[in-house]
Design a protein around this ligand. Sequence first.
Ligand SMILES: O=C(CO)[C@H](O)[C@H](O)COP(=O)(O)O
Length: 223
Amino acid sequence: MNDFIIAPSILSADFARLGEEVDNVLEAGADIIHFDVMDNHYVPNLTIGPMVCKALRKHGVTADIDVHLMVKPVDRMIGDFIEAGASIITFHPEASEHIDRSLQMIREGGCKAGLVFNPATPLHYLKHVMDKVDMVLLMSVNPGFGGQSFIPGTLDKLREARALIDASGYDIRLEVDGGVSEKNIAEIARAGADTFVAGSAIFGKTDYKAVIDAMRKELSSVR
Ligand SMILES: O=C(CO)[C@H](O)[C@H](O)COP(=O)(O)O
């Protein structure tokens, strides 16, 4: 596995050609696919559900699918996404009544589990479940829409999360999502992130490989 993971968010892909878009971005060098699920309740937008995840598997996608649940309640969706072929499932702690149970459901289904923190959500939710998470995702925008600007305070929060993860001794990835581009990816990596979600920065360009290569070049200066 690469030390740094680039995870294009299909939120910014052309949904009318989704299978082809996913094939193209993986061929261009993406490591995994980030799959944003919005319910028009937890966030003010509505996107895609397990049927689309299943359709991507049927289309032949074998790369990991990183499902970010922006839904409330959370638990009802977990089984559906496990069955649909998700690899990683993350959710927002404040959207689950029973965080420990939700994390266990995900792992028992054979997926990696993670918690997602909005810009103003404190990291203390992690304290008693570090042994049950494979990924911590810090939102660097308020969730709901692609194409927003990176919130600079996320850099300090990344440093705080990196220190917690390193002190825990567990193998936990630190992902960042929102406003990530080839211009700021090195600074974000230096703050501690190892997994980078980018939507508009990649799908907003015609040459996906050029953007992903530029991101990797920036990252090569970090470690
Ligand atoms: O979860 C999201 C929004 O809730 C998106 O993944 C995120 O915003 C990525 O889009 P962009 O890279 O264009 O900011």
